[in-house]
Design a protein around this ligand. Sequence first.
Ligand code: CAA
Ligand code: NDP
Length: 291
Amino acid sequence: MEIKSVGVVGAGQMGNGIAHVMALAGFDVMLNDVSGDALEKARAIIEKNLDRQVSREKISAEERDTALARIRTTMELPDLGQTDLVIEAATEREEVKHKIFEGIVPHLKENTILTSNTSSISITRLASRTDRPEKFLGFHFMNPVPVMSLVELIRGIATDQETYEACLAVVEKLGKTAASAEDFPAFIVNRILVPMINEACYTLLEGVGNVRSIDQAMKLGANHPMGPLELADFIGLDTCLAIMNVLHEGLGDTKYRPCPLLSKYVEAGWLGRKTKRGFYDYRGDEPVPTR
Ligand SMILES: CC(=O)CC(=O)SCCNC(=O)CCNC(=O)[C@H](O)C(C)(C)COP(=O)(O)OP(=O)(O)OC[C@H]1O[C@@H](n2cnc3c(N)ncnc32)[C@H](O)[C@@H]1OP(=O)(O)O
Ligand SMILES: NC(=O)C1=CN([C@@H]2O[C@H](COP(=O)(O)OP(=O)(O)OC[C@H]3O[C@@H](n4cnc5c(N)ncnc54)[C@H](OP(=O)(O)O)[C@@H]3O)[C@@H](O)[C@H]2O)C=CC1
């Protein structure tokens, strides 16, 4: 089955990035969110990121305009029903995702493939609550989507080969590389990456280092492009905490217990860059550490 159109649910940082790369690769995109404000913001961010690609001569002005024209936005979930592939990229909360799938299933074409960009939640469990577990896959992009070349593809227990291959062809059309992961909590990248971020939070909590020294140590000492706390702010502290909870509950090992300091930041609504405050305060000209 050839995929020509894509529905994206959730217009946050991942949803706007997914819409961006899909449109640039020639897919017609229908982008959905519960908030009209989020949709407007997403379009502005996509435009800015495409402009940046034009100014760096990665794409032409004509390619930018064509891509923008391919993206339509809607607050009505049923409007995504006629697309060939749906990618759910809403908040990392299982009930939210189940509700979205329940809402969209009655409106889907028979052979539409349903996928989730979840960072950690069981694909098998999400699929089991839809009418098409065999046509359901984990389609996990990395942030920032226009820059990162990996997509994890996660088969649920019932996912069929045709669905996997159709999605693999989409990843190739995007010019990205797919890594196949088994359906266990947080898959490959986040199983390794997010416990490291959680450990950086404990390192901060225990006073082994402060925000700046921890980030600098990992950037200069391990050649990471971003320090772990800077990266946590970039991902979103709510998302990091949600991933740790899925690992802790799903694997039942105390080594995955979320750091209380991470929970405290989330409880404060200090979610990182998206709320302008997390381990750094982004409200001024330069990010300032909050500890
Ligand atoms: C949580 C999950 O489920 C899974 C995840 O995604 S985990 C997170 C995975 N991501 C990472 O680990 C990212 C780590 N950080 C990095 O790789 C780098 O810091 C970075 C690529 C984000 C920025 O790199 P940098 O060298 O500091 O910045 P900069 O030189 O300005 O940008 C590099 C390129 O990225 C682009 N870019 C940077 N941020 C961008 C954004 N938010 N959106 C789009 N493009 C962006 C720039 O335009 C530039 O493009 P060109 O090379 O084409 O000119
Ligand atoms: N951040 C990251 O680095 C990565 C995240 N992911 C995964 O991608 C998904 C999205 O994350 P991210 O973009 O960072 O999160 P954001 O918080 O930036 O965006 C989530 C968006 O989904 C919207 N939303 C919430 N409920 C619904 C709904 N019922 N229908 C439609 N839209 C809804 C939110 O709206 P509102 O704000 O109004 O609630 C918000 O605009 C998560 O599953 C996350 O785990 C995957 C890879 C990397």
